[in-house]
Design a protein around this ligand. Structure first.
Ligand code: RBZ
Ligand code: NIO
Length: 357
């Protein structure tokens, strides 16, 4: 039985501050000038806090969950791509030919693509996990994109996928997504959860014609106005806000993050889309924040929203703006290296012992 959203939230405990301090102390004594491994030292300490052990386990079996769904807001002309591209990309990922597959192979990660709500007439193809909640969202400029019940179902779907992976040995989760028009829903979530102005978090997504970005900003602004007039972010709470403005893939990724955190498994977060889902997850369950690693800084305008909220610098900045989990996957070797440093290195005392005559 999949836990309810409240049960999922209740099963997440804060990361272990004592293990964090132990890792900090260990780093100070390793065979290097203290602090010289910079961001990698912070990451190693975070991994220790997540596992509650120092040294932390070295992640050996990473997996990316690519959650896929369509968006009613596409009707507002916010993407230059037809919605059929979402289902086509899902099939491409299942066939192993997308960017996420190439990069996952390079870093030794498993790829799981889950359809949580693409527009499709036929059955979900082989190799795609069928977790469909409904066919796309409603137009979020007109009405809430999802009912709270639909949002809960999508969160639970994502949690099921993550829990199954963890049960099968996955020890590092990576978030990915596809969904034409989902950078618009993401901009709405980023603005709602950070208080940023729509123009600060709305970009060209998958190459929206430059002249149409101001229209996309207007769409985000009117969606936020509609949402506030409906009931307001405060009144609806994090779940209501996610349902009102988010996509099925955003909600599913919230479930992935909750279930991973509940299992004390780190989650590497990708760009603005999975980042906006992460902001929703943290708003729903603040203890999730300790389990999240900002994989890279997306080149989209909202690329720094999640790293800033987590108080982290993202691990990579490669000017990526694709999604699918690509940037987060590229950061996987850094996560493994951060754990390995704490496991493999000898201490400064060992070095000075061997230096003495
Ligand atoms: C062929 C193709 C592959 C993609 N893979 C990820 N995205 C990315 O772009 C989409 C969001 O951009 P927008 O909001 O502008 O539609 C999402 O599917 C996202 O995953 C893709 C987009 C396309 C076109
Ligand atoms: O940062 C992302 O996740 C992103 C940016 C543009 C298009 N698709 C995804």
């Amino acid at each position: 039985m999949t836990p309810t959203v409240e049960e999922l939230i209740g099963s997440v405990t804060a990361v272990d501050g004592a293990a964090f301090e132990q890792a900090r102390e260990r780093h100070a004594g390793l065979a290097k000038p203290p602090g010289s491994l910079g961001r990698l030292e912070d990451l190693g300490a975070q991994l220790a806090a997540i596992s509650g052990t120092c040294p932390p386990p070295i992640p050996a079996a990473p997996a990316v969950v690519v959650a896929a769904a369509d968006h009613g807001v596409h009707a507002q002309g916010v993407s230059d791509w037809p919605q059929e591209v979402t289902a086509a990309m899902v099939a491409t990922i299942a066939g192993g030919g997308a960017a996420v597959n190439a990069i996952a192979r390079a870093v030794g990660a498993r790829v799981v693509v889950a359809d949580v709500g693409t527009l499709r007439l036929g059955p979900v193809p082989d190799g795609v996990r069928d977790e469909r909640v409904r066919s796309g969202t409603r137009d979020l400029t007109v009405e809430p994109a999802l009912t709270v019940d639909e949002c809960r179902s999508a969160i639970r779907a994502g949690a099921r996928v993550a829990a199954d992976l963890v049960a099968g040995g996955t020890d590092l989760l990576v978030t990915g997504e596809v969904g034409i028009a989902n950078t618009t829903a993401s901009a709405c979530l980023l603005a709602a959860f950070t208080g940023a102005e729509p123009a600060e978090v709305t970009g060209k997504g998958a190459n929206l014609d430059h002249g149409r970005t101001p229209h996309k900003v207007d769409v985000v602004r009117s969606a936020l106005a509609r949402h506030r007039a409906d009931t307001g972010v405060e009144a609806r709470g994090a779940l209501g806000t996610l349902a009102s403005l988010g996509g099925l893939e955003h909600a599913a990724l919230v479930g992935v993050m909750l279930a991973s955190a509940a299992a004390r498994v780190p989650v590497v977060v990708d760009g603005v889309i999975t980042g906006s889902a992460a902001l929703a997850a943290v708003a729903l369950c603040p203890d999730v924040a300790g389990y999240l690693v900002a994989g890279h800084t997306s080149a989209e305008p909202g690329g720094r929203s999640l790293p800033d909220r987590l108080g982290q610098s993202a691990l990579l900045d490669l000017r990526l703006r694709l999604g699918e989990g690509t940037g987060a996957l590229l950061a996987v070797p850094l996560v493994q290296a951060a754990a390995r440093v704490l496991t493999d290195m000898v201490t400064l005392a060992d070095v000075t012992k061997s230096a003495s005559p």
